[in-house]
Design a protein around this ligand. Structure first.
Ligand code: HEC
Length: 123
């Protein structure tokens, strides 16, 4: 969490300086605490059941959502009207605000470690 806070603080600073290149996680400028709230909703409404707690995906069901997180509008459109195996989530079960928090959560997740940095996989 400390790293995330530092990251957000840095992003806010960068935005303040009018920098051109802004990390994607900072573009939507999520409200403070949005990622933590999104993490809770991600579990409560059941996204984790198919996509894993950290969006890593599962060979049994849902694809990985990170690190190639789609644009928010793409994600929202899919969650409301999926075209494959995934069940739809209407606004009654999951509000747009909740979805934005889920998005902030997914955007806050670090990319997975490369295989070269996992000793067990190098044997
Ligand atoms: C019952 C399993 C299941 C649940 C629950 C579920 N998904 Fe999915 N999701 C899938 C599957 C399977 C796909 C692949 C496309 C398809 O078959 O619909 C998918 C695809 C997606 C995609 C498109 C990914 C891409 O790369 O195109 C997004 C975004 C997504 N899910 C987000 C969510 C979010 C957010 C939630 C919770 C609100 C959620 N999903 C809940 C199974 C699930």
């Amino acid at each position: 969490m400390k790293a995330l806070a530092a990251c957000l603080a840095l992003a806010v600073l960068t935005l303040g300086m009018g920098a051109v290149s802004v990390p994607r996680a900072a573009q939507a400028a999520p409200a403070p605490g949005a990622a933590a709230a999104g993490r809770k909703i991600f579990a409560e409404v059941g996204c984790y059941q198919c996509h894993g707690y950290v969006g890593q995906g599962s060979i049994m069901s849902g694809p990985a959502l990170v690190p190639q997180l789609p644009a928010f509008e793409t994600l929202r459109a899919y969650v409301r009207h999926p075209s494959g195996q995934m069940p739809p989530f209407s606004e009654r079960v999951l509000s747009d605000a909740g979805l934005e928090q889920i998005y902030a959560y997914l955007a806050s997740l670090p990319p997975p470690l490369p295989v070269s940095r996992i000793p067990l996989l190098r044997r």
